[in-house]
Design a protein around this ligand. Structure first.
Ligand code: APR
Length: 265
């Protein structure tokens, strides 16, 4: 769809206001304005480090030591991050009754902190650390204290097993329930909005494809081009923090005003 930013926003707001099932799908690009770097954008994490796979993490103590070093170093960024205007707009969409769920690849918990209650986390959540042997879970903040005391490779207090962030590493099995749920919602929606993802990591990147196959309109809000652009019904190569609040304001203006005050007796 060609046209000015304003005209495109108006059209997409019409689609959302008339939709019965809207799904938002997010990647690291929705959190960069909260101070959390993305992976493949300019200066992204993978331009500084190469990923440590799950196999390397569990079999190579040096890889595990490096992984925890990185985690310790980046912890303060995650801990200090606040939901930004894009997160808040997506939470408002749920409050307006215009959002089935957020499917996210992010592990930063910012959608939940912004107020979304239906969040499907495909790649886990960095708020927890789990023992790979006995399954005991630890708050990530507790493990940060160990790391700052000089522990280089945290081990389970209960069984001595390997501790790992409750996020999904390359080569690690995806969470089955979340992946199935995300596919179901993607196939059942009539508007699917991608926010801040390069759409190169599978199976997460199948979700917009499932939506398109099922007849949904797919909207991309991403600072750079993706290999899905040619299949999108509307594309915004602008910042999520600029586009989402304006879009949600337009949706709100199209919905019947919510009744003021207490419901009639
Ligand atoms: N507004 C809109 N788009 C943005 C913004 C912004 N403020 N900031 C960055 N972007 C875009 C970037 O241009 C990039 O195309 O967001 C996209 C983020 O892409 P990636 O860094 O590849 O992140 P993501 O798609 O979430 O990666 C998927 O890869 O490394 C794994 O597990 C990791 O979940 C992650 C997965």
């Amino acid at each position: 769809m060609a046209g000015s930013l304003e005209a495109k926003l108006e059209t997409v707001a019409d689609w959302i206001a008339a939709a019965r099932h809207v799904v938002v799908f997010t990647g690291a690009g929705v959190s960069t304005e909260s101070g959390i770097p993305d992976f493949r954008g300019p200066g992204g994490i993978w331009s500084r480090y190469s990923p440590i796979t799950y196999q390397e993490f569990i079999s190579d103590p040096e890889a595990r030591r490096e992984s925890w070093r990185r985690s310790r170093e980046s912890y303060s960024q995650f801990a200090a991050a606040q939901p930004n205007a894009a997160h808040l707009a997506i939470a408002e969409l749920e409050r307006l009754g215009k959002l089935e769920c957020v499917i996210t690849q992010n592990v930063d918990n910012l959608h939940q902190r912004a107020g979304n209650t239906r969040v499907i986390e495909l790649h886990g959540n960095s708020q927890w650390v789990v023992c790979l042997e006995c399954g005991k879970r630890y708050p990530r903040a507790e493990i940060q204290a160990w790391l700052e005391r000089g522990v280089e490779m945290p081990a389970c207090e209960q069984c001595g097993g390997i501790l790992k962030s409750a996020t999904v590493a390359f080569g690690q099995a995806m969470p089955e329930r979340e992946t199935t749920e995300a596919e179901t919602y993607s196939r059942a929606c009539d508007v699917f909005i991608v926010v801040g993802s390069s759409l190169v990591v599978y199976p997460a990147a199948y979700m917009p494809r499932y939506a398109k196959q099922s007849g949904a309109r797919v909207v991309l809000v991403n600072a750079s081009e993706t290999d899905f652009d040619h299949r999108a019904d509307a594309i915004f190569h602008e910042r999520a923090g600029e586009v989402l609040p304006r879009l949600v304001d337009m949706v709100r203006a199209r919905l019947p005003a919510l009744p003021e005050g207490p419901p009639a007796a």
